[in-house]
Design a protein around this ligand. Structure first.
Ligand code: SF4
Length: 378
């Protein structure tokens, strides 16, 4: 057995996988649906075009597994944007260094105001987001601000530049619970075409980040592909499922979360290379639930209220709400600084009410202190 996902990735051929995906038949889908424990090959059948006529059956099974594993709970979290400085150029992102937008990094006082605004909305679980600027928003900045933010919330996640194992282990002692790190695309050529400057050009450093997180003992690891970046979202998502499966086997102490970002309009943005329609996104979400029943599936405010209200009850167990995608946005909204325009602009309470109306229980925290995880500085 190989030791790194890089080896597994190199053993897989994008074209071959695409051909296999499009060669799946109704019989393959029926076999996958009937399986008790579904393999990567079953997952492939479930995301293939052949599975489209089985969407209702997939949705019913996904809902059953979601209720069995998570009950009626749906966790709510909010992204807290700390900085929009970035030393990378990504063709699809408003924070790219070559975009002439106002740059802002929150200081301690501003962070405090944001935390208070989020607490007042009921949040106890936040995702800290920055651009990727190692010099100005790097470890010194995180070490300085994490302990204070941690005191205000019961769980903290981060979506920042990929760091070393040692840095992740250090942040864990300051109260870091989880890290989201999306590969964007598993197609190396497409990756190269969309990452034009900066450290993010290093495909393999990013690819190995979840393994470093597992080695550092980070509790929750978030994965995802930016749907629409490559020519085939199905192939990308198959690689994502392989990545998840690899990590679960080796770093089984960590929990995993999968997100489904579809490309959204942004300053200087690009058109998606492949379009995924709503039924296809439902198919993908249900396929992940059938493949990995224990994994958190998350849906952000990139999606519309109409879509979220109908799909969350099927298989989603984590949602963001009332998100502001610009630094300082909760205490003082300045839309010109935002990373992308959210599609669901309802308040957190409106989203919570919509969940309750569908018989779901909104939960404002991911973890409780009494369950035993405490930061060193608390
Ligand atoms: S996607 Fe991330 S790394 Fe790329 S420009 Fe945006 S913030 Fe920077």
């Amino acid at each position: 057995m190989k030791n790194e996902f890089r080896d597994r990735w190199q053993a897989m051929n994008w074209q071959d996988i695409t051909l296999s995906l499009y060669g799946k038949t109704g019989v393959d889908v029926q076999r996958a649906l009937a399986s008790q424990r579904r393999s990567a090959n079953d997952f492939m059948a479930l995301i293939s075009p052949a599975a489209q006529p089985y969407l209702e059956q997939m949705a019913q099974e996904a809902q059953r597994l979601t209720r069995q594993r998570f009950g009626h709970t749906v966790g709510l979290y909010a992204p807290l944007y700390l900085s929009n400085l970035c030393s990378n150029d990504c063709t699809y992102c408003g924070f790219s260094m070559s975009n002439r937008i106002k740059r802002k990094t929150l200081n301690a006082e501003e962070i405090n105001r944001e935390c208070d605004a989020l607490s007042a909305m009921g949040y106890q679980h936040v995702l800290l987001v920055t651009g990727e600027h190692q010099q100005k928003v790097g470890m010194d900045y995180f070490r300085q601000h994490l302990p204070l933010i941690r005191q205000k919330f019961s769980s903290l996640m981060m979506e920042v530049q990929p760091l070393s194992t040692e840095d992740y282990a250090g942040l864990k002692t300051l109260g870091l619970d989880g890290v989201m790190v999306y590969q964007e695309t598993y197609n190396a050529l497409t990756y190269q075409q969309h990452h034009l400057k900066g450290h993010k050009q290093d495909f393999f450093w990013r690819l190995a980040t979840p393994e470093r997180l597992g080695q550092a003992g980070i509790d929750k690891i978030g994965l995802g592909a930016l749907i629409g970046l490559s020519k085939d979202w199905r192939t990308d998502c198959y690689f994502l499922a392989e990545h998840l499966s690899f990590l679960q086997k080796r770093y089984w102490q960590s929990r995993y979360s999968i997100s489904f970002p579809r490309l959204r309009p942004c300053a200087g943005g690009i058109q998606p290379a492949s379009l995924m329609d709503d039924p296809q996104l439902v198919q993908l979400i249900c396929a992940f639930r059938l493949f990995a029943p224990e994994v958190e599936l998350s849906l952000s405010t990139r999606e519309s209220p109409y879509f979220r209200d109908r799909v969350v009850p099927l298989a989603i167990n984590s949602v963001s709400a009332g998100s502001k995608t610009q630094p300082g946005g909760y205490a003082n909204a300045k839309p010109e600084l935002e990373q992308f325009s959210p599609h669901d602009n309802r308040s957190p309470q409106q989203v919570a009410d919509a969940l309750s109306a569908r018989g779901l229980q909104p939960v404002w925290k991911d973890w409780d202190k009494y369950l035993g995880r405490t930061a060193q500085n608390q």
